[in-house]
Write a new protein. Structure first.
Length: 303
């Protein structure tokens, strides 16, 4: 493994990140995945990209990768990391130095709110937008990206004494790994046009809440309700009808919504940890579902 590959990892914290589930997801890939040639790997809801970086690091048969997200701030961030790592590192080092020079909590709060207001103008060039995206992600409460109905970032300042705003090593490694990745911004259905040959889709959409208060999916101002979940299932049908394969993660809802919706496919249950919740008593282990269209997996096991 190359040195750069050993440190390539998600460069931001994102709700629902899959780092903790990687081993289980690997075990549930198609049984013959390593024998596929010239693989196209597509993530229509890329989020923090834990699965993307893992797949690109460990599966050399992936020759083409496509990622998409409806959050334009996020996809702009991926593009800047890919195309302008040196400029981004310089900008992050500067804003980190400015922030660390502030010694009182009140000074830091004022600085944070000024940067948040600037980010919310939605009129910045890609480098500045991404610099502030990183800064807010590393200094806001819980590293939580959340927007209101107007699409404005509204998370308050977190309490971190010395947050790592600039991680140059990770940015450089991720930039190298992303060089041949196509980055789209928009409706996930547009990704089907880029599938070819042996293609695997991995869907990690906004999760369906377990109940009225247990979860949120405010990554964008657009809601991802039950009708959107049904539309996604219909897109999975289209993927399979086109001769491709998919795996999909979502919450393990007690009302059986997904068991009914994805009844034509295989449904596995995997263990995950829930760490982003205002109520500490509601953090901990829970099951998620992993849906796939293929019958044989690498290593079926009881998780």
């Amino acid at each position: 493994m190359k040195l750069t590959e050993s440190v390539a990892k998600p460069f931001i914290k994102w709700v629902g990140g899959k780092t903790q589930l990687i081993e289980q997801l690997e075990a549930l890939l198609p049984a013959d995945f390593d024998d596929w040639k010239d693989v196209t790997y597509i993530e229509p809801f890329v989020g923090g990209g834990a699965m993307l970086f893992y797949m690109l690091r460990t599966h050399s048969n992936i020759k083409t990768a496509v990622i998409n997200d409806i959050n334009s701030d996020l996809t702009t961030c991926y593009k800047v990391v890919r195309d302008n790592p040196s400029e981004l590192i310089d900008a992050l080092q500067q804003i980190q130095a400015e922030y660390f020079a502030l010694t009182s909590e009140e000074e830091r709060k004022v600085f944070y709110m000024q940067r948040r207001d600037e980010f919310n103008t939605k009129s910045l060039d890609p480098l500045r937008n991404t610099t502030l995206f990183f800064f807010l992600n590393r200094t806001c409460f819980n590293g939580l990206f959340r927007v209101n109905k107007a699409g404005l970032f509204n998370v308050p300042l977190g309490r971190y004494n010395h947050p790592q705003i600039c991680d140059a090593k990770t940015i450089n490694a991720d930039s190298e790994l992303l060089k041949n990745v196509e980055i789209l911004t928009g409706d996930y259905q547009e990704t089907l046009a880029l599938a070819k040959g042996k293609t695997l889709f991995y869907f990690d959409p906004p999760y369906r809440p377990l109940n009225n208060t247990s979860s949120f999916n405010d990554y964008t101002k657009e809601a991802f309700n039950d009708l959107a979940q049904i539309r996604l299932k219909q897109f999975c049908d289209k993927v399979v009808a086109s001769g491709y394969h998919f795996m999909l993660s979502n919450s393990d809802c007690p009302d059986g919504f997904f068991d009914d919706l994805y009844s034509p496919y295989s449904i596995e249950h995997v263990w995950a940890s829930r760490s982003v919740n205002a109520n500490a008593s509601k953090r901990g282990k829970l099951t998620e579902i992993l849906v796939h269209d293929y019958k044989e997996v690498k290593q079926r096991q009881l998780f």
